[in-house]
Design a protein. Sequence first.
Length: 73
Amino acid sequence: MNLQMNLGIAIKELRNQTGLSQEKFALSIGIDRTYLASVEAGKRNISLMNIEKIATGLNKSVSELLAYAESYK
């Protein structure tokens, strides 16, 4: 898998640990649910600004989120 896919898997897993649906999580961080769904599916080349929003929403730093994603290699 590539980093884009791994990041999507990591985000989905961490979001599920929070107990939030895609819709509630996306709303809480100010992004569209369909955008979040495509990120989680590994279909979207996500910007750094949105990575930061997601990481913050997951109570992680950007580096923690990326390290978590890299652990799927």
